[in-house]
Write a protein that binds this ligand. Structure first.
Ligand code: NAD
Length: 272
């Protein structure tokens, strides 16, 4: 058996919400590692196609296609997996990345704002994980590409452990991901399925542009980051590629914080 030259060569990776931000960087990083990528988008087909074209141009062996799907809709998620399997044969890696924020003080939070965030950030990740596991179990081991039956990476947040006033729906969705991810690990680890989360800190993307685009906002963010640098999507892309590869094979059921130290309570630096 010939050993692949690239860490994800020959693997098929679905990255949800990958027409922008962190998902885009993850898709590009995995593409340059030789994977065939499904660039999932919800809106903005052109941006998704640009990501796919970039991967096709810059990867020596990987391919890329775009698939429209709202991850909060069961039928659409099922169709995304069916199309992927039809096009590429199977799925080896799913990065459940799509996520949104709709912020309100809790006592004023419309039910729709609660429901939409939970539907996309938590239920959407459940639906993608479920379809991934079904496919991993159906097709069996592909020893030529990986030592694991399949890999699921949930895009969580430091707010899976840091409470967030004014953002209770978002924090609750990410807190819920911890138990989803760990329960999957416990249930399917024996089948050699790996399930982990990545918890980004403050990463410059559209989701938080209103904060980092002002001097005051940037300074506020930096006050929360011991490493004194706001993150960029590529910081997450490189970790996700490694976490999907056999180099991290023994990592299962854990969250990798990629946050410049945000979870180390920088407010206590000067004795609290
Ligand atoms: P982003 O807004 O650029 O990306 C979110 C993506 O999700 C977009 O491409 C959007 O089109 C897609 N999306 C939204 N609703 C969807 C749906 N129903 N179906 C499919 N796709 C949908 O922001 P980002 O920062 O790149 O966010 C990506 C993930 O990273 C999210 O889960 C977010 O919670 C998480 N995260 C981001 C940060 C940060 O600082 N940027 C920090 C922690 C966690």
């Amino acid at each position: 058996m010939q050993k692949p030259n690239k860490r994800l060569q020959g693997q098929i990776c679905i990255v949800t919400g990958s027409s922008s931000g962190i998902g885009k960087a993850v898709a590009m990083a995995m593409g340059t590692e030789g994977a065939n990528i499904v660039v999932n988008y919800h809106s903005g087909k052109e941006k998704a196609e640009e990501v796919a074209h970039w991967i096709i141009k810059n990867s020596s062996c990987g391919d890329a296609i775009v698939i429209k799907c709202d991850v909060s809709k069961e039928d659409e998620v099922k169709q995304m997996f069916e199309k992927t399997i039809k096009e590429f044969g199977t799925v080896d890696v799913c990065v459940a990345n799509a996520g949104i924020q709709i912020d309100h003080p809790l006592h004023e939070m419309p039910f729709d704002a609660w429901k939409k965030v939970i539907d996309i950030n938590l239920t959407g990740q459940f639906l993608c994980a479920r379809e991934s596991i079904k496919e991993f179990l159906r097709r069996g081991m592909r020893e030529e590409v990986s030592k694991s039956l399949g890999k699921i990476i949930h895009m969580s947040s430091v707010h899976e452990v840091i409470p967030w006033a004014g953002h209770a729906n978002y924090a609750a969705s990410k807190g819920g991901l911890v138990m989803l991810m760990q329960s999957i690990c416990q249930e399917y680890g024996p089948k050699k399925i790996r399930c982990n989360s990545i918890a980004p800190g403050a990463i410059k993307t559209e989701i938080n542009k209103d904060v980092w685009s002002t001097k005051e906002g940037r300074e506020g963010m930096l006050g929360l980051i011991p490493y004194k640098r706001i993150g960029i999507p590529e910081d997450i892309g490189s970790v996700a590629s490694w976490l999907a590869s056999d180099e991290s094979e023994y990592i299962n059921g854990t969250t990798i914080y990629v946050d410049g130290g945000m979870t180390c309570y920088p407010g206590f630096t000067t004795n609290g």
